[in-house]
Design a protein around this ligand. Structure first.
Ligand SMILES: C[S@@+](CC[C@H](N)C(=O)[O-])C[C@H]1O[C@@H](n2cnc3c(N)ncnc32)[C@H](O)[C@@H]1O
Ligand code: SF4
Length: 457
């Protein structure tokens, strides 16, 4: 497949493709949370939860066998299982501490195991953590129960146990199938290994399989990435995430091992994006938001049509819960009142849990303006349009945010990224790649922290 840059696209990349903008998995974004957040505030937010509202749970496992050099996740390499065993003890204690503050039993509509590499845990360890979860939350067969799996370390025993643990969706970290790219990122895994993992998952009845790919990695070319897309499709995942590589070597020292001069430049990243979109649409996927693709019969495609799709710290989700409780090191919780984030080192996290405190370190209480802008940004990131009349507070509440962004929106309209209407906007086909730039027009916090985010493209 040939993809080329038009003059219009080249100009857009020069104007909007050089900077860095947040991914808007929340608004305000995590760098704006304040340090020293009072754990008692989270205690109050937990006790204020409404018994009739389902919640989403996130369980973070911050360990991997080795570190992939591109990785931006909160994780540590360990060859021994000892640190993992110690961590699980504290994780269970945190769940019990938070559970005791709830107004009663709540229903978990969605559970997500993320990391790190959750599949390093033994089956009995999953069972023990889930028992702590069940002590406070009802999990029913409808609950979407997902796990991130690194196929290089997934044991047959764990795969066989997934259905009995209630896990019904798996995200496999693929990144890229090309060996030269894999070597440059310290993540060598063959197509055959991934194929075998997928076959074993299907054999135990897990058909909801997502693949994570990354574009913008060293040595990636249009040809090599097209092959990665074809190989991915041959294994028939129901969803594909095509993340743009976030290269932040100032903050993540292991990323300095990536040969910077071999990274695609912004025009090349744009073309990789364009290629992924064209080829995946041809292959029958539906485009979801900024960087996801799903088969037409996947729940994510259905929710896109019914405007129910949302975005949280795990990215796009079909989860309808309005509160998210994150457990484990660095996990973020989201309440209607605000966000809070746990300590990001195991040492600080263990110390806080051992003292009987919620291990919260950072957070932010939301004010009216934050809530309105969060709704606006959510609608843009999920539906690629905005209509103030459809927001919970209607036109009147959102008008000040709209008017304060209007000059920037007009510039983006002149650049061809969106079409403005009366108190509404529609993102153009060209605008999708710059969706975060459009959302950024509504970000009241954005001036100070742009260098802390991933590159725009
Ligand atoms: C927690 S990790 C995946 C789980 C598992 N540890 C694995 O690697 O297979 C979630 C996903 O984040 C993405 N990711 C990690 N670091 C990234 C970065 N710097 N830029 C973009 N995506 C990244 C990768 O696609 C990865 O599969
Ligand atoms: S990408 Fe996954 S396996 Fe690799 S270091 Fe990050 S969390 Fe660990």
């Amino acid at each position: 497949m040939t993809v080329i840059l038009t003059n219009e696209e080249r100009e857009l990349i020069a104007s909007y493709g050089q900077g860095s903008v947040p991914r808007y998995t929340s608004y305000p974004t995590a760098p704006n949370f304040q340090c020293g957040f009072n754990p008692h505030v989270k205690e109050k937010w937990l006790s204020n939860l409404n018994l009739s509202d389902p919640v989403s749970l996130y369980l973070h496992i911050p360990f991997c066998r080795e570190i992939c050099w591109y990785c931006g996740c909160n994780t540590k390499a360990t060859q021994s299982d000892k640190p993992i065993e110690a961590y699980i003890k504290w994780l269970i204690q945190e769940i019990e501490q938070a559970g005791a503050l709830l107004p009663g039993r709540l229903t978990a509509s969605h559970i997500h195991w993320g990391g790190g590499t959750p599949n390093l845990l033994q089956v009995e360890e999953f069972s023990a953590i889930l028992q702590a979860v069940r002590n406070h939350f009802d999990i029913d067969p409808e609950t979407e129960h997902a796990i991130e799996i690194d196929p290089r370390y997934c044991s047959d025993d764990l795969i066989k146990a997934l259905p009995s643990l209630g896990i019904n969706r798996v995200s496999l970290g693929i990144q890229d199938f090309n060996l030269k790219v894999q070597q440059a990122i310290n993540r060598v895994q063959s197509y055959e290994l991934v194929k075998s993992c997928v076959e074993k998952l299907r054999a135990v009845g897990i058909y909801n399989i997502n693949f994570d790919l990354i574009l913008g990695l060293p040595f990636q070319t249009l040809e090599s990435f097209e092959e990665t897309l074809e190989l991915s499709k041959s294994l028939n995942p129901s969803r594909l995430a095509v993340f743009g590589y976030a290269h932040l070597p100032q903050r993540l020292p292991h990323q300095r091992l990536i040969p910077t001069e071999k990274l695609p430049n912004s025009e090349e990243r744009f073309l990789l994006n364009k290629l992924a979109k064209q080829r995946l649409l041809e292959l029958g996927f539906v485009e979801i938001g900024l960087d996801h693709y799903a088969l037409p019969d996947d729940t994510m495609s259905a929710q896109l049509d019914s405007h129910e799709l949302t975005r949280n710290f795990q990215g796009y989700t079909t989860d309808k819960a309005t509160s998210l409780l994150g457990f484990g090191v660095s996990s973020i919780s989201q309440f209607k009142e605000g966000y809070c984030q746990n300590w990001s080192t195991t040492k600080d996290y263990y110390e806080a849990v051992a003292k009987g405190n919620l291990p919260v370190n950072r957070g932010l209480a939301l004010d009216e303006d934050d809530l309105i802008r969060a709704e606006i940004i959510q609608q843009i990131m999920c539906q690629k349009k905005l209509d103030l009349a459809t927001l919970p507070g209607g036109v009147e509440a959102a008008l000040p945010a709209w008017l304060s962004s209007l000059d920037k929106l007009k510039q983006l309209e002149s650049a061809g990224l969106l079409i403005l209407g009366v108190e509404k906007l529609n993102v153009t086909d060209l605008g999708r790649i710059f969706l975060r730039v459009i959302a950024n027009a509504f970000d009241a916090y954005s001036k100070d922290n742009l260098t802390r985010h991933a590159s725009t493209l």
